[in-house]
Design a protein around this ligand. Sequence first.
Ligand SMILES: Nc1ncnc2c1ncn2[C@@H]1O[C@H](COP(=O)(O)OP(=O)(O)OP(=O)(O)O)[C@@H](O)[C@H]1O
Ligand SMILES: [Mg+2]
Length: 248
Amino acid sequence: MSAAEGKTAGTGEPILVVRELHCHFGGIKAVNGVSLDVGRREIAGLIGPNGSGKSTLFNLISGTVTPDRGQIRFDGHEIGGRKAHAIARLGLARTFQIPAMFDNMSVTENLLAAAAEGHWQGARERAADTLALLKLEHVADNRASDLSGGQQKLLEFGRVVMRQASLILLDEVTAGVHPNIRKIIVEAIARLRERGTTVLVIEHDMEMVRNVCDRIIVMDAGRVVATGPFNNIVRNSEVMQTYLGRPQ
Ligand SMILES: Nc1ncnc2c1ncn2[C@@H]1O[C@H](COP(=O)(O)OP(=O)(O)OP(=O)(O)O)[C@@H](O)[C@H]1O
Ligand SMILES: [Mg+2]
């Protein structure tokens, strides 16, 4: 059974519940009382200006930073303050804003290593599928460090796909990539949705957000300031001007 078909699936409880989460760095309240829910099989977009706390929120959820206070409930487990590897084992996978991979290993080896961290069953077939999905077949044997920046973003994404997680956090996977690579990623997210995976995606590209997200969560200065479907958020011109700096 994959993590996406986990034991609490179908209970109706959101897969991710965050309540009154706080985290500060010195005098900076990076996350300042965030509460949000993400439903099972939802593709939710997390947007907001630079420095609004989006990546810190991902760090708190995935266990790379410890919260000052607040609750994080993932798939029925209280995970606030738990270690990153323990949270990953529960079925959560994430990308980093700066891709994290094994530079000296090939693309295929990187994918297999990711499978070894999660579900190994059928790993070789899945690696082949992932290479095809992300159109990386022609560089399958290349070292990760020799890939272009865009291809490294794809590989980072592929490593998350290989984990077969029930919740995936994507931190700006399309930032600075060629539109062709963005298209590949958008299609791959659609495949994840079909598979039953829940995805929370940090994204600055509004076209991408419009294309892939069921619902948008807007952060500013460490807080959630708006949530709703894309069209409602865009219609809220105050949110668009104040928090995104670009009325649409
Ligand atoms: N490890 C850290 N040490 C000190 N300050 C930090 C640390 N991580 C984040 N911050 C600060 O916390 C605030 C929120 O940063 P964060 O990276 O979460 O923002 P973001 O919304 O992801 O921004 P961006 O869109 O630029 O990626 C910023 O003021 C940042 O400088
Ligand atoms: Mg960030």
